[in-house]
Design a protein around this ligand. Structure first.
Ligand SMILES: [Zn+2]
Length: 80
């Protein structure tokens, strides 16, 4: 494991150094940096994900609608 762990976090408001894992500054009660290991998801990735999911849902909806229309309007060979 060559991963370098952050030993301490520094408050961006008052500059107080706190042990790693501290979420709130003990001096000014400002919210400190997020815990290490959890990278922030970029906004473009979320937008891309929404677009892909929307496209898949639209395609699935189109397929379902197409199947429904064919099932309702196609002449059934069993009724002849
Ligand atoms: Zn602080």
């Amino acid at each position: 494991m060559a991963e370098k762990l952050q030993a301490e976090v520094r408050c961006t408001s008052c500059g107080t150094v706190s042990p790693a894992g501290t979420l709130v500054c003990p001096e000014c009660h400002a919210i400190l940096a997020k815990p290490a290991g959890k990278a922030r998801t970029p906004a473009w990735f979320i937008v891309l994900l929404i677009i892909v999911v929307a496209a898949l849902l639209a395609y699935a909806g189109y397929l379902a609608w197409d199947q429904l229309v064919q099932h309702n309007y196609a002449p059934s060979p069993l009724q002849q």
